[in-house]
Design a protein around this ligand. Structure first.
Ligand code: ATP
Length: 389
């Protein structure tokens, strides 16, 4: 809009110069081409109506170059989201969700929705949020794991769920939040973990291509950050990762710094942003009673992580489909099989070999948009301290 004093009605000029930033106004006027304006057109107003006058001062600048602290930005998220650079992240997120969904459906997956109020969490323990449920105690779902497997037992063969997962993560890290979006897939009639990995990589190659194309069409500045992928992604045995870290055979889980170090080496050696870390020992994936032991070796699972440039994005593997062994695994994990009646029933009347994975959408957006903190990848993040807005 051009506001030259000499060409605009004085009352209108006064209205605009007095109007606080970010107010909502309806303006009428004449539009003409202009080389000076960013959009190539300028508007000379003839009348204006203030629809919503913004309060002043703003708690957070929208057009200012000066960056605000993340906490301030999240406290005033509606203003923060007006910044084009922030909106670009959520265009990427929307495009990624859509592209992943399309790619999975093309692979024959059925999209499902499973309960988020549960009597028992999949992995038990410390990260469950209890909920008052009338006169009972319930928990918010950490993962749709057990239901996905029951649906394989129901003959659905390939299921996909994109839904919130809740984890009472007390630690304050840049890659954990208490409510995140999990994309969970489960596949029946598999022969081994490679069947799973090859679906996952095919879906990602296709989805990334679509996201990049869409963002380019929209002129989104993040388009160039979406890499062109090619399958297969490198596979690094857990034991090799331990050798790289200088602690062969230690069988300790990979911490944040370990993941980063392995990531740097993997990307350098293989040139792929995505890579699998395969064959996790049972001791590392101890909590997952539903993980199948590889070749019935009690020390080794066929489990894998999928990492992107040093951050774990997904984790999965073949599940135990044999009833007796599953019950044994539940006992070994220190849990009571009686807590899982509906789940275990699904294994007693015909259950094919199957497996799947959980994929963290927020971490994927964080990495693609180059965000230092996962909270920036969600509109209204939840963490140990933040329940508002
Ligand atoms: P980590 O070891 O990094 O805490 P995890 O082993 O608990 O993750 P899984 O239970 O295997 O994670 O969940 C699968 C995926 O879900 C993870 O790879 C990650 O992308 C995502 N995820 C898990 N927990 C969180 C969380 N608290 N916040 C954001 N994403 C998460």
């Amino acid at each position: 809009m051009t506001l030259k004093k000499e060409s605009v009605d004085p009352a209108l000029f006064a209205l605009f110069t007095d109007l606080p930033r970010e107010s909502v106004v309806e303006v009428e006027g004449s539009v003409h081409r202009s080389g000076k304006s960013r959009r190539g057109v300028e508007l000379t107003p003839t009348s204006a109506r203030v629809i919503s006058r913004a309060e002043s001062p703003l708690p957070l600048g929208v057009v200012d170059k000066v960056g605000a602290e993340l906490a301030t930005r999240l406290d005033h998220r509606t203003l923060d989201l007006r910044k084009p650079a922030v909106r670009a992240i959520f265009e990427l997120r929307s495009s990624l969700l859509q592209a992943l969904r399309t790619a999975y459906l093309r692979q024959g997956f059925l999209e499902v929705e499973t309960p988020k109020l549960l009597r028992q969490g999949a992995e038990g323990g410390a990260t469950l949020f209890p909920v008052e449920y009338f006169d009972q105690r319930a928990f918010l779902a950490q993962s749709p794991q057990l239901y996905k497997q029951m649906l394989i037992g129901a003959g659905l063969e390939r299921v996909l769920e994109i839904a919130p997962a809740f984890r009472a993560e007390p630690s304050d890290t840049v890659r954990h939040i208490t409510e995140f979006t999990s994309l969970d897939a489960e596949v029946g009639y598999i022969e081994g973990a490679d069947d799973l990995r090859s679906i996952l990589e095919t879906v990602l190659v296709e989805a990334f291509r679509q996201v990049r194309r869409e963002l380019e069409e929209r002129g989104n500045p993040l388009a160039g950050d979406v890499p062109e992928l090619s399958a297969p992604f490198p596979r690094i045995p857990f034991s090799t990762a331990e050798e790289w870290l200088g602690r062969p055979g230690a069988e300790a889980d990979l911490g944040t710094e370990d993941e980063k170090a392995v990531g740097e080496r993997a990307v350098r050696e293989f040139g792929s942003p995505f890579y699998f870390i395969i064959d996790f020992p049972t001791r590392v994936k101890i909590h997952t009673f539903y993980a199948q032991r590889k070749d019935d070796n009690p020390r080794l699972t066929g489990y894998f992580d999928l990492d992107f440039r040093g951050l774990e994005i997904a984790s999965g593997g073949p599940r135990e489909h044999r009833y007796d062994r599953l019950v044994e695994n539940i006992r070994t994990a220190g849990l009571d099989p009686a807590l899982f009646p509906g789940y275990l029933e699904a294994f007693r009347f015909g259950m094919p070999p199957h497996g799947g994975w959980g994929f963290g959408v927020d971490r994927m957006v964080q990495m693609l948009a180059g965000l230092p903190n996962i909270r920036e990848a969600r509109l209204f993040p939840r963490d140990r301290y933040r329940l508002d807005p």
